[in-house]
Design a protein. Sequence first.
Length: 265
Amino acid sequence: MDQQQASEALAVGDAFRFENLSDPAAGVWELLPEVQIAVNAASKSASSAISMAYTMNALRKASAGRDARGRFTAEAQDCLRSALLFSGAGLDTALKRLVAHTLPILVNNELAVAKQFEDYSKRRIANGSDGVDPRELLQLLLSTAKTPRDVLLERWVYDLRSSSAQSAERVMELATACGVSNRALKKRFTPSKDKSSLIERAFSARNQIAHELDVTNPAEGARKALETIRQYRKAEDITSMCQELLDVTQDIVNDVAARLVIVEK
């Protein structure tokens, strides 16, 4: 690789930015600063990781006298993988913070959210199809300094936040709890039978990286180089997956914030 080719390859990394990400809606920073910080941090980290992937690929290939085009090096691949992990972590953190900060307000102002809370409360104290669990009822009645309603609301928030938000099903659960009803937005994270939507493919790749280190055939590890038995990720695929995770998160936050602004008025 000559000096000009190396410079051009490095410039690609330096110039990388996510395109067409939704901006925070009016009122988001004022009403939900901790939520928006999580979205921004994830976006910045993911963008930096993808930029570094291009830079690392160019540097490694330049040192070996190779053309920067073609398959990314193993080191650059790890940068891409980290970008997807950052994006997933941002979604998880932001949506859980969104639930914690907004449900106590929304449940008092939106019938759809209040109905969900009522259904949760019935399930929580139920004992069989028609009865009431006496232990649950006793705990509610004997709780000090809080009303039974406050206790149940805290439990609902806790249960919603208790497991990782790394699937379309969990995004749907959290967004629905917050009263998101926009059809076009919900379509993007509605679970599908074949798991073919962009956000589902993003979660699948994220989980393979986080739980299996992208190793496709561990039995081959003793005989083959590690990079040959790991899932290869294209930069453009990772970029589109990261962008979808981040954009869906921001759109959900914007949807909820718009309704909070109305409540505040």
